[in-house]
Structure formats: structure tokens, C-alpha cells
Design a protein around this ligand. Structure first.
Ligand code: HEC
Ligand code: HEC
Length: 411
């Protein structure tokens, strides 16, 4: 149901080809390397499913991984709760030419876990985006391929990235889409090392082209074994968008009270199975500031908890001109560091910040200002702060963190 509505809407996802360049650097933010030339994303619908049943024996793939091409995991048609309906589908950033597809997502999974993607074969995407941590990195700053240099931004959880409507990736939104994001860590001098001085993404493509399981997988996914930057981007993005979080304790409870016809879709309805503290936190999160709540849901929008498309700065630093985004708050309880620079190491600190630490600045969102335009103060009681934290912990989704579809496929 969600899929059909999404497909119709996705037709107008267009990137004007050719002239698009990304001026910012790499995955780690603020590092000194320059990004590879941005790929053009064509709008022509491309066949991504090889039409026939596989005739290949996949000898190399079977030797290297546990994947069975004859019994692929289901990425394209997951069973989602009823509230993942057309309303949520409106937030979906899947482009028309990269609909979720089991073969592409399977290829994306192999790429995501493959250390061949880093110059010295020590780091995979999954090194910094660990499934057990909600695809976050338990470290404040991630360690790059050299083993001794660090990213300058904290890594991001990847659950529900598809429901961030603008589709732009990184804390500072500098990659225009999930597809275009893919090349950044690969060509970053700190993260995976295929920067211009090491041959760029072309050097990686040459390497992958010689690997048997990629010859098999690219043929399986695209009909021939040619590897291009565009195909790498589409496969990895396809896999990442399949990482939907819909099975936290909050989801289980909300599923019982959701009704599309109810006021606010039942989001304010008391939740079965929630403790009094969790329920208090739930109410504070969902209720607008004007009605005595903490107003969090205005930006971290349920049921996906991805950021509202129109969110401005949350005022971490006085005078901030940049407008950061947040990943979905699903699995926030599995993260060890919070915000773009990982400045907070407990949720209590995050809540303390929203209570009384929001700073004035030109980019500050007016949902975080008071009547006089100054940063608002929530003045929450200690009990309410604890309640808000207890609610955030109900967003932990261990289905996503243990789902074999997103696990390491290598033997
Ligand atoms: C060395 C650690 C490291 C590696 C390797 C790495 N990443 Fe990241 N990733 C990060 C960091 C740090 C950020 C945040 C960077 C920023 O915003 O400047 C990030 C951000 C992202 C985001 C943005 C999420 C959002 O909501 O905006 C995506 C998607 C992502 N990475 C996917 C990947 C993929 C795919 C790979 C492999 C091709 C990869 N990463 C490799 C550390 C890493
Ligand atoms: C104006 C929109 C807005 C409102 C309202 C808002 N936030 Fe945020 N939130 C953001 C933005 C933007 C970020 C990312 C900021 C950054 O890292 O630079 C963020 C980050 C966070 C993070 C850290 C995410 C991570 O992965 O590190 C948490 C936790 C969080 N917010 C919780 C809350 C809570 C709880 C409330 C209510 C008290 C709230 N937010 C209200 C916009 C908002």
C-alpha cells in the first residue's frame, strides 16, 4: 500500500544531470580532501532486475558468502505496520530509478560489509556503521583505514534514512541523495582512502571488477558484470533504504492504538504496556510546547522519527549559521555519542540541552524559541527529564539490529 503511493509520487524525483557538483568534502566532514566528481543520476527508469532465473552457479559468491541467490532475502516487500501507510510514504526519498529490489539490495549488502572497499582492505562501511549499534559507531569519532586518523564528525545511525524527505545525507546535508552519498566515504582520504592521489573510485572499480563474486553479483543485479560508480551507488543506496525500523517497543504499543481517523493518528493515545514514567515521557515528546509538552515530535516525526523536512538548526552553538539534520531517533538508545560532533555522551545531557541550553543564532528553528524570539527554556522537572529519557529508550529496535538481512554475509 505504502509502495504504490510512493511510486506515484517518486516520479518527480529529478536531479538535473551534468552540472551538479558537490562543493563539500568527504564523509568525515571538514577533512581536507575534495569529493569525487558527482555522478549524474539519470531519471530514465532502468531495468534493475535481470529478467530470468539465475543460470549462474555463483561459485565465487557461495565460496565467499552465505548468500543463496536462489532464495534471496526479501527487501522489496517487507511486512510493515498499518501506520506505515501513504501518509508516511509521502516522506519516502526513493527515486524512480532505484526502487527497492532484492538483487540490488543483496549486492549492496555485500558491498556494505566488504573491506575491499578501502584502500588497504581494513575498513568496510560496516566498520563505522555497526548493526549492533543501530548502524552507528560506538566511538565518538570513527577510525579510518590507516588505523590512526579519525573522522571529524560522529557517524550516523542508518535506520529509516529513506523517510527523511529531502534525501540529503550527512549532518550538514552536503550529499544531495543517498545514492550520491556513497562515493564520499570511498574517496575520503581518512575513511576508505580512494582519494584522487590513490586513483579515485576508478581504482576501486578496477579492483572490484577482478573479484569473482562481484562479476556474478553485478550480472545478477544489472544483467552484465560491468561495474560503474552509478551502479555502486544504486546498490548501496538500495540496501540502506531497506533498513526500516518498525519494531521497537514503541511500535508494538502504537500499533495497538493507531487509527488513521483518530485525532493526530492516535499518536497522543496512552500506550498499552508503557510504565507511568514512559507514558509521561511519551506525552512530553508528542505534545507541542504550547500545550505544555516538550515539542520534540514537531521535528523528530513519528512513526519514523526521521527529521521533519523543514527543520532548521537546533541551537547547539551560539551564532550557528549551518543547518544540521538528525538521523531518525530510532535506536537512539544504542548510540553512545550524540549530535554531529558527538559532544554529548548521555541522553540526560541531550535532554538537559533541550531543557535549558538552546543557543540563539540566525539558523535557530522557531520551534525552539519563545514568544520573544529568544531560545526557549522548558524548565522540566527532574522527573520529567527522566521520563523523556525513558521514552527515548522505547525507540530501541532490536529487530533491525539482529535482522539477518542486514548482517555480515561473509563467511
Ligand atoms: C571511517 C568511518 C566510516 C566509514 C568507513 C563509512 N562511514 Fe558513513 N559515516 C561516517 C561518518 C563519520 C558520518 C557522518 C559524517 C558527516 O556528516 O560529516 C557518516 C555518514 C553516513 C551517512 C549519512 C546518513 C544520514 O542520515 O545523513 C550514510 C548514508 C553513510 N555514512 C553510509 C556509508 C556507506 C554506504 C559507507 C561505505 C561505502 C560508509 N558510510 C562508510 C563514518 C563512516
Ligand atoms: C527544531 C527542530 C527540533 C526540535 C524541536 C527538537 N530537535 Fe532534536 N535534533 C534536531 C536537529 C537538527 C538535530 C541534529 C543537530 C546536530 O547534530 O547538529 C537533533 C538532534 C537530536 C538528538 C541527537 C541525535 C543523534 O543521532 O545524535 C536527540 C537525541 C534529539 N535531537 C532529541 C530531541 C528531543 C528529546 C527533543 C524534545 C525535547 C528534540 N530533540 C527537539 C532538531 C530538533
Amino acid at each position: 500500500m505504502k509502495k504504490q503511493a510512493g511510486q506515484r509520487r517518486r516520479r518527480f524525483w529529478v536531479l538535473i544531470g551534468g552540472a551538479l557538483t558537490l562543493s563539500l568534502s568527504a564523509c568525515g566532514g571538514g577533512s581536507s580532501t575534495t569529493a569525487s566528481t558527482a555522478q549524474t543520476v539519470t531519471t530514465a527508469p532502468t531495468t534493475t532486475t535481470a529478467p530470468t532465473t539465475p543460470t549462474d552457479t555463483f561459485t565465487a559468491l557461495r565460496a565467499a558468502t552465505t548468500i543463496d541467490p536462489a532464495a534471496l532475502a526479501n527487501y522489496a516487500t517487507p511486512t510493515l505496520p498499518a501506520y506505515y501507510d501513504a501518509t508516511v510514504g509521502q516522506q519516502d526519498n526513493i527515486p524512480g530509478n532505484n526502487q527497492t529490489n532484492d538483487r540490488l539490495a543483496t549486492l549492496g549488502r555485500v558491498l556494505f560489509y566488504d573491506k575491499q572497499l578501502s584502500l588497504n582492505r581494513t575498513v568496510a562501511c560496516a566498520s563505522c556503521h555497526q548493526q549492533s549499534a543501530g548502524f552507528d559507531d560506538p566511538r565518538r569519532f570513527s577510525i579510518g583505514f590507516s588505523g590512526s586518523t579519525f573522522t571529524s564528525a560522529h557517524a550516523m545511525r542508518l535506520g529509516n534514512i529513506r523517510y527523511w524527505r529531502p534525501g540529503s545525507m550527512f549532518w550538514d546535508r552536503r550529499a544531495a541523495s543517498v545514492e550520491l552519498q556513497v562515493s564520499h566515504p570511498i574517496t575520503n582520504a581518512i575513511e576508505m582512502g580512494f582519494d584522487a592521489s590513490n586513483g579515485g573510485i576508478t581504482a576501486l572499480i578496477t579492483r572490484l571488477q577482478a573479484i569473482g563474486y562481484y562479476q556474478e553479483l553485478f550480472t545478477f543485479a544489472f544483467g552484465d558484470s560491468t561495474i560503474t560508480e552509478d551502479r555502486l551507488q544504486r546498490a548501496l543506496a538500495n540496501f540502506e533504504r531497506a533498513m526500516i525500523s518498525s519494531a521497537s517497543r514503541w511500535d508494538t504499543a502504537y500499533a495497538q492504538v493507531f487509527s488513521a481517523a483518530a485525532p493526530n493518528r492516535g499518536l497522543d493515545t496512552p500506550l498499552p504496556g508503557f510504565s507511568a514514567v514512559e507514558e509521561r515521557g511519551h506525552q512530553l515528546f508528542m505534545t507541542p510546547r504550547a500545550n505544555g509538552g516538550a515539542g520534540c515530535a514537531a521535528c523528530h516525526v513519528p512513526p519514523t522519527f526521521a527529521l521533519a523536512a523543514n527543520s532548521q538548526s537546533n541551537g547547539l552553538d551560539a551564532g550557528e549559521t549551518r543547518i544540521f539534520k538528525s538521523p531518525s531517533l530510532k535506536n537512539i538508545g544504542l548510540s553512545k555519542f550524540f549530535m554531529h560532533d558527538g559532544r554529548f555522551s548521555t541522553l540526560a545531557e541531550v535532554i538537559e540541552f533541550y531543557d535549558n541550553g538552546v543557543q540563539a543564532g540566525p539558523a535557530l528553528d522557531n520551534r525552539l524559541t519563545g514568544a520573544n524570539g529568544a531560545p526557549r527554556r522548558l524548565n522540566l522537572s527532574p522527573a520529567d527529564k527522566a521520563a523523556l529519557e525513558a521514552f527515548l529508550l522505547t525507540l530501541t529496535d532490536t529487530n533491525l539490529t539482529s535482522d539477518p538481512r542486514f548482517s555480515n554475509p561473509f563467511r
